[in-house]
Design a protein around this ligand. Structure first.
Ligand code: XUL
Length: 521
């Protein structure tokens, strides 16, 4: 039996997925929830606000403690870790870890007799890690954009315009605010490459999937871009690890993990990637044609793309696809935030969303739309605090609001995904709200494509396990996808042809409403 281990260090938890690639079976799944399992860090949802507006930090020591706890739990569950041939992982994107000159030697000397926290407590030049929810770097984005001669140039090079949560602007802010601590920083890792380094027992590369989320990597050659580095912070090139393709094998797992938890001493570590690139693989969407829509706190839409095409409006991003080529990603901040606001306003259950909301209204709400932003949105970039109903004479009813928020969200996604340049064959819908058939049918009708849902929930950790299996050369991705990423039988929803033209017209109404209320083109 050859097992493969995938890890996912997300905002709120660390998860593990163990698969038997040959046997086609899930062997184990395990989680550590930062809030409930490690309450002494005081980070109930894995992060805390900083002192300045928009600052959001996490604690890298908490991530280390979670690694020890997760492996201990796998051992308690008798997962045969000695049979794990390779391990890979993924992390929440954009978050950064600032390390001092003791990092490399401390990793090299890790002893199984003590914990990761006890041995690595002294390696940080900054005790906190800013994460993807941080939006405090607008002035740094502006400065980087100016240096490069405009947003289009930053986008052409790095795949995204300068964005607050991306790592480059975050590094610039740290270098400006605390130049001494920045000077003492010898290495800057992403969450993914930091944890891959810990598993490897040495500082390893950043992969092209997650590296593209930094505003520092040149998409065309997959290396750091000299001009972006210079525009970001002094001496940055010397502080960044190299970038390497996601399939790179870093070597054998650190003896710490073999001695302490019984991992095979020959177990290989494959570079980690970002959680969205990881999900692309886990969802079975690494080949172009499938678009993944993930309905979560924020909603995301992502898809494989063979050639890097950038978003002319500047909202979407291009990352490396861990299986080769590229992927697009668009993030919508008002995801469950807006759906839950409607649910709470009218005191509805999720079931009511279908029974009260969708069943009692006509698709397209009589050609009226809602601009579904209950808080500031990033796609498009608009400032908002409540949904805007467009076309109603009086107040829309609860049922019309339910339909309005859902249709508004999917119309907004479709409108802002028109640049991807790949024909969509089907949509893979995932995340909490995707379970609801009414919501899934609305997506099918608006996009005019078949919507499928998968049995698995942790697609990022699964993606890491699949990547590990393919990278060491034993397995074919297409065969693994058929087994592990199969859509749930009987749950596909087809677009209803009678509503096609109605929704095509509604998209124009939506675009016009965006122009009218927010001057969005
Ligand atoms: C993507 C992004 C988020 C995080 C969440 O750009 O910021 O999806 O990766 O973990």
């Amino acid at each position: 039996m050859s097992l493969f281990l995938g890890l996912d260090s997300s905002t709120q938890s660390l998860s593990a997925c163990v698969i038997d690639a040959e046997g086609g079976e899930f062997v184990a799944e395990e989680h550590v929830h930062f809030g409930s399992d490690l309450p002494h860090y005081g980070l109930e949802s894995g992060f805390a606000a900083g002192t300045e507006d928009g600052e959001i930090f996490s604690n890298p020591l908490m991530w280390l403690e979670a690694v020890d706890l997760l492996f201990a739990r796998l051992v308690t569950k008798n997962v045969p870790l000695e049979k794990v041939v390779a391990v890979s992982g993924c992390g929440q994107q954009h978050g950064s870890v600032f390390l001092n000159s003791q990092f490399e030697s401390s990793l090299d000397q890790l002893s199984a007799g003590s914990s990761l926290v006890a041995q690595l407590g002294g390696v940080f030049s900054r005790p906190v890690s800013p994460i993807w929810m941080d939006s405090s770097t607008s002035s740094q984005c502006e400065e980087i954009t100016q240096s490069l001669g405009g947003a289009e140039e930053v986008c052409r090079r790095s795949g995204s315009v300068a964005i607050e949560r991306f790592t480059g602007p975050q590094i610039r802010k740290f270098a400006q605010q605390d130049p001494t601590a920045y000077r003492e920083t010898t290495t800057i890792h992403l969450v993914s490459s930091f944890l891959a380094s810990v598993l490897s027992g040495r500082s390893v590369a950043i992969d092209t999937g997650d590296g593209a989320g930094m505003n520092l990597m040149n998409l065309t050659n997959g290396s750091w871009d000299g001009e972006l580095l210079t525009a970001t912070a002094p001496d940055l090139g010397a502080k960044l690890p190299p970038v390497s393709p996601s399939a790179t094998i870093t070597g054998k797992v650190a003896p710490y993990f073999a001695e302490k938890y019984g991992l095979n001493t020959n177990c290989q570590v494959v570079l980690w990637s970002g959680d969205n690139p990881g999900s692309l693989v886990g969802m079975g969407a690494a080949q172009p044609g499938k678009v993944v829509i993930s309905l979560g706190t924020s909603d995301t839409l992502f898809a494989a793309m063979p050639q890097p095409v950038t978003d002319p409006r500047g909202f979407g991003h291009v990352f490396g696809n861990p299986m080769g080529g590229f992927m697009s990603l668009i993030c919508f901040r008002n995801g469950s935030l807006a759906r839950e606001a409607v649910k709470e306003q009218f005191e509805l259950s999720w079931q009511d969303f279908e029974l009260t909301g969708l069943a009692r209204t006509e698709p397209a709400n009589g050609q009226r739309v809602m601009l579904p932003f209950v808080a500031d949105e990033i796609t498009p970039r608009v400032s908002s605090s409540a949904m805007i109903p467009c076309g109603w004479e009086g107040q829309p009813s609860a049922a019309e609001c339910v339909r309005g928020v859902l249709e508004g969200q999917f119309l907004n996604m479709k409108y802002h995904a028109d640049w991807l340049g790949v024909e969509t064959e089907e949509i893979l819908l995932t995340g909490g709200a995707s379970e609801n058939d009414g919501i899934a049918q609305t997506a099918a009708d608006i996009f005019g494509k078949k919507v499928r849902r998968l049995e698995i929930s942790g697609s990022a950790a699964l993606g890491a396990a699949l990547r590990a299996a393919v990278a060491v050369g034993d397995s074919d991705l297409a065969r693994l996808e058929e087994v592990f990423s199969a859509p749930t039988p009987g749950r596909d929803l087809l677009p209803r042809p009678e509503y096609t033209s109605r929704y095509q017209d509604l998209e124009k109404v939506f675009a016009e409403a965006l122009r009218k209320h927010f001057a969005v083109q």
